[in-house]
Design a protein around this ligand. Structure first.
Ligand SMILES: NC(=O)c1ccc[n+]([C@@H]2O[C@H](COP(=O)([O-])OP(=O)(O)OC[C@H]3O[C@@H](n4cnc5c(N)ncnc54)[C@H](O)[C@@H]3O)[C@@H](O)[C@H]2O)c1
Length: 442
């Protein structure tokens, strides 16, 4: 049933871009509002923050309908439903259980904007229901969940876009072009940093009753049962291993992904060197590390990732950023700007590379949504595949595992799906799901 709807969208997309058609129909007609048959019906699971941002970015395109919203928190669900009605004049059906939502036949694609511990299960349920999926980053909250997600996406052959939106922005595409066309010489090193105050977590508060209208058991899902605490709920769940990976993974997947993209690496790392500690003076509500220095040695270059939570300043006067160090120039970038600093050649008395400065960068969520929508129609592969999502996630998960087990060097054998030098690390590859949930079998 669902594939029939998608096939129809795909056929109409091909027809409407057919050369003959465009040339005989006046532009005011073919550029007009999207025909109802070309509409893409989108649903959102997890409406509080980023998921709703993603939805709005999708709704910014005229062919998108929002037909369903799902959240375990009534307050969030009702607030977001009102916003969709007021801003976009649409009335999606509302759900607290995503499994019920997936029975709704007219949904083409689902955006997953829940905490990380839900991504794998939800993505698999969506794929099995024949839906295309936009899943937020990090793709999964563990190595094995990422493996399953790659296999499930392959088997179901649906369109999957992972929410590493930097892949869709002009700025990082330009950075990759400059690197890959040799403009900074041979890439020798990628230095990444992320220093954010939020990474130390909020001040400690006691456990409290579950807020009214929240299905807390469904929020926890496969994670262990425990009393409600506001610090482990909306937003700040990311500092606890059961649901997220702290600053290391929150920003790490975005930034390390750029280091991997520079050499088109879509594999797990073989070797990760990690120092993780808590050096922030106050005790906060957090299990994840506030201080980490991570090194990923690659064949012909090295990626370093350094994070200090509780601060908002960093190298090059930027709280986060990436320095791509080539032998002709160092190119420093964040999401807004890119500057290439050439080396000076003492023999020829000339710069070894051209100076380059670009300051007009911006967030690229909207472009990333556009790419997903285009791929839903064309059935082409989106720019951030599950394989790319897995590679970025494994790089940060392995560093977190190293810090958690206190093993400064971890050796990963991807073919055998195990660490070859730490049994303690092997225990953290696969999460234990709380019943009745079970890890999908793929
Ligand atoms: N791409 C980016 O730049 C970016 C930025 C921020 C966050 N994120 C990612 O987006 C995701 C969400 O992060 P956030 O900060 O918006 O979290 P959040 O806590 O603000 O929102 C999560 C929402 O999911 C809901 N939820 C939890 N379990 C659910 C379930 N079983 N069914 C339905 N709803 C459920 C919660 O009630 C909440 O409304 C995370 O994976 C995060 O890493 C990505």
């Amino acid at each position: 049933m669902e594939s029939t709807r998608r096939t129809f969208i795909k056929k109409s997309a091909i027809t409407s871009t057919g050369i003959g058609l465009v040339s005989i129909i006046p532009s005011h007609v073919w550029a007009a509002k999207t025909a109802p048959s070309d509409k893409i019906n989108v649903a959102l699971i997890g409406c509080h923050s980023m998921g709703f941002g993603d939805l709005q970015n999708h709704l910014g395109y005229s062919e998108v309908n929002c037909v369903a919203l799902c959240d375990v928190d009534d307050t969030t669900l009702n607030k977001r439903a009102a916003e969709v009605r007021d801003k976009f004049n649409q009335t999606p059906k509302l759900y607290k259980d995503f499994r019920k939502m997936l029975e709704q036949k007219d949904i083409d694609a689902v955006i997953i904007g829940t905490p990380d511990h839900w991504h794998c299960l939800m993505m698999v349920y969506c794929l099995e229901a024949g839906k295309d999926v936009y899943v937020e980053k990090p793709m999964g909250n563990s190595i094995e969940e990422c493996n399953i997600m790659v296999r499930a996406a392959k088997k179901h052959n649906q369109i999957v876009q992972v929410g590493q939106q930097q892949r869709s922005g002009f700025l990082f595409n330009k950075a990759m072009e400059l690197i890959k066309t040799g403009k900074i010489g041979n890439l020798r090193k990628v230095n990444i940093w992320a220093n954010f105050e939020y990474g130390v977590g909020p001040e400690i508060v006691p456990d409290s009753p579950v807020p009214e209208g929240v299905d807390y058991d469904m929020w926890l899902g496969p994670a262990p049962k425990r009393p409600f605490n506001a610090n482990r709920f909306h937003g700040s769940w990311r500092h606890f291993w059961d649901y997220g990976g702290g600053l290391a993974s929150d920003w790490g997947v975005h930034l390390v992904d750029m280091g991997l993209w520079a050499k088109d690496i879509v594999n797990a790392p073989d070797k990760v060197l990690t120092y993780g500690d808590n050096t922030f003076p106050e005790k906060r509500a957090r299990e994840t590390f506030d201080t980490m220095s991570i090194c990923y040695p690659k064949n012909d270059f090295v990626i370093n990732y350094d994070l200090t939570a509780g601060l908002q300043h960093g190298p090059w006067d930027m709280p986060y950023g990436i320095a791509f160090i080539g032998d002709h120039a160092t190119m420093v970038t964040d999401r807004n700007k890119l500057t290439a600093y050439p080396e000076f050649d003492n023999k020829s008395k000339k710069l070894k590379a051209e100076e380059y400065k670009f300051t007009e960068g911006k967030e690229s969520h909207s472009e990333h949504a556009r790419n997903f929508l285009d791929c839903i129609k064309s059935r082409n592969t989106p720019v951030c595949t599950p394989e790319i999502g897995r590679a970025a996630a494994l790089h940060v998960h392995i560093a977190n595992i190293a810090a958690r087990v206190g093993e400064p060097v971890l050796l990963w054998d991807d073919a055998k799906n195990k660490f070859t030098n730490s049994e303690a690390a092997n225990q953290l590859i696969t999460p234990v799901y709380r019943k009745p949930w079970s890890l999908p079998k793929y």
